[in-house]
Design a protein around this ligand. Structure first.
Ligand code: NOJ
Ligand code: CA
Length: 555
């Protein structure tokens, strides 16, 4: 097997199952050349911070040349770096330095569309009808084909077709009108994309997040999502990678119901990972309802996946908290609970960060992170959420959750030395979440800060690999406000118990199969009374949770 690009490819083929992923936009992290925009040299300086935090994998948001009308998801050149973020050499330096620290690096592969500024699109518009060049994109003389395909960016687009006067035809786009969809019925498109894949894997990146992956292929009479030919494209990509680049990972962004997402794992021969989109809003619902039902229900509807595959779990990310995969009733409920202010809403979701969604309640933030880190899957932390950063819902689009990282209480949160007016985005300055109070430096010094707590949680997660690879089994205590589940793998078992309510709760757990075991509470390594045949009684403080390692004690 080819192993050039030797810096990439973790030693362990299933590294992504034991990973803790940190999602970050290079632009927002640290600005080394004082032009107001974060860059690769800046990220290089901050790798020590990420290593100290304990995460094991970085997921970098798009950093390619782009007109930045969709924050870089509108790519104009797949094989280069946006000059504002640095050069390809700067990227390589970050990649190598990350690998030296045993941090894997996952980047974006935007398969579905390009920017309308991409040379392929410029060429297509002017090319002859029916030519290979024209057919890099999806054209039509009318705007009424594929009517059953929904519009995703409801607040900004009315149709998936836009008229192009140069081509004299409509082109197809599932997202912004300036993001024409590539045409995977044209084999030349896949050839180009495979070359892009080889380019980055040769450099040594460890994996790709496959953006907007359900929409690759369109067919009449369907909703144009999750179609068999789309899966065929992905299987070809996977085969191509497996034959050349060992231990690389594909993560599917498929915002779909569990059964449809399941298809992206196929028989373990398509994507290694996929986000669990339906779980995330139900965690927020369960918390607000103070009832475990929505969480248990969605996990029970989640089909099993092949052993080599893994769910990617998240609480928040760079987009709105999406409510596409819930019922209308549930969506209304979520808005009532978390976004009474209409300014906080966008498309079908909520553009807020974790801390403000939690009303800045430290216990609730911790509880949700405890679920993120103990549910079956690999946790993803969104940059800034480890210090409880706030948002700015007045910034337009989803920019309110993409503000500069808050490093210190100095000017511009020490994100950048530039003139504040020159920053790519204002820093958060309100009295609760402003950088004067919420910043890395302060939290590094404060032993009881959220940051220190997160470091500890990440450390625990790594100490108990069963949390990454184990099975999930819910217990059914009578008290519905308590969520109790077992994570098991071979001889390891962790019992997790979480109180979704703001009051103290009692719970009786049926642990008879573990009679003779001793629960060790892992945060304090505290031994609890031995488990017997009778129900095991626990009391949980408001939003309290326990992780117990169940240790066998032979009499
Ligand atoms: C999903 C990305 O997460 C989002 O930020 C982007 O706007 C769309 N895909 C379109 O690329
Ligand atoms: Ca810069």
């Amino acid at each position: 097997m080819k192993r050039q690009g030797h810096t990439g490819g973790a030693a362990d083929a299933l590294w992504y199952k034991r990973a803790v992923i940190y999602e970050l936009p290079v632009k927002s992290f640290f600005d080394a050349n004082a032009d107001g925009i974060g860059d690769f040299p800046g990220l290089l300086e901050k790798l020590d911070y990420l290593e100290g935090l304990g995460v094991t994998c970085l997921w970098l948001l798009p950093f390619f040349p782009s007109p930045l009308r969709d924050d870089g998801y509108d790519i104009a050149d797949y094989c280069n770096i946006h000059p504002a973020y640095g050069t390809l050499d700067d990227f390589k330096r970050v990649l190598d330095a990350a690998h030296e620290r045993r941090l894997q690096v996952v980047i974006e592969l935007v398969l579905n569309h390009t920017s309308d500024q991409h040379p392929w699109f410029r060429r297509a518009r002017a090319a002859a009808r029916g030519s290979v060049e024209r057919d890099f994109y999806v054209w039509s003389d009318t705007d009424d084909r594929y009517r059953d395909a929904r519009v995703i960016f409801l607040d900004s687009e009315r149709s998936n077709w836009t008229w192009d006067s140069v081509a004299g035809a409509y082109y197809w786009h599932r997202f912004f009108h300036h993001q024409p969809d590539l045409n995977y019925d044209n084999p030349a498109v896949l050839q180009e994309i495979l070359a892009v894949i080889d380019f980055w894997l040769e450099l040594g990146v460890d994996g790709f997040r496959l953006d907007a992956v359900p929409y690759l292929v369109e067919r009449d009479g369907t909703n144009c999502e999750n179609l068999p030919d789309t899966h065929a494209v992905l299987k070809t990509i996977r085969r191509h990678i497996d034959e050349r680049w060992p231990h690389r990972m594909l993560l599917a962004e498929a915002n779909q119901f569990p059964a449809d997402v399941r298809a992206y794992f196929a028989a373990g021969d398509e994507c290694h990972m996929a986000y669990h989109f339906p779980l995330m809003p139900r965690i927020f619902m369960g918390l607000h309802l103070e009832d475990r039902h929505p969480i248990v229900e969605i996990m029970e509807q989640t089909p099993p996946i092949p052993d080599v595959c893994q769910w990617a779990l998240f609480l928040r990310n760079h987009d709105e908290l999406t409510l596409e995969m819930v019922t209308d009733e549930e969506r209304d409920y979520m808005h009532l609970a978390y976004s009474v202010d209409p300014q906080a809403r966008i498309n079908l979701g909520i553009r807020r960060r974790l801390a403000p969604l939690m009303g800045n309640n430290r216990r609730r933030i911790e509880l949700l992170n405890s679920l993120l880190f103990s549910f079956p899957g690999t946790p993803i932390v969104y940059y800034g959420d480890e210090i409880g950063m706030g948002d700015n819902i007045y910034l337009g689009d989803r920019n309110g959750v993409r503000t500069p990282m808050q490093w210190t209480n100095d000017r511009n949160a020490r994100f950048s030395r530039t003139d504040p007016a020159r920053l790519y985005s204002p820093v958060i300055m309100d009295p609760i979440y402003g950088y004067q109070g919420i910043n890395v430096e302060a939290q590094e010094r404060d032993g009881s800060s959220l940051l220190q707590w997160m470091k500890n949680l990440i450390g625990l997660r790594k100490l108990f690999p069963v949390l990454g690879v184990g099975t999930l089994r819910f217990l059914e205590p009578e008290n519905q406000k308590v969520l109790a589940y077992l994570r098991e793998h071979e001889h390891d078992a962790i019992l997790c118990v979480a109180n979704l309510s703001h009051n103290v709760q009692p719970v009786e757990l049926d642990l008879a199969p573990f009679a003779g075991f001793v629960p060790i509470e892992v945060l304090g390594y505290t031994e609890f009374p031995i488990i017997g045949e009778r129900p095991y009684f626990l009391t949980l403080g408001p939003y309290g949770f326990y992780w117990f390692e169940l240790q066998r004690r032979d009499a």
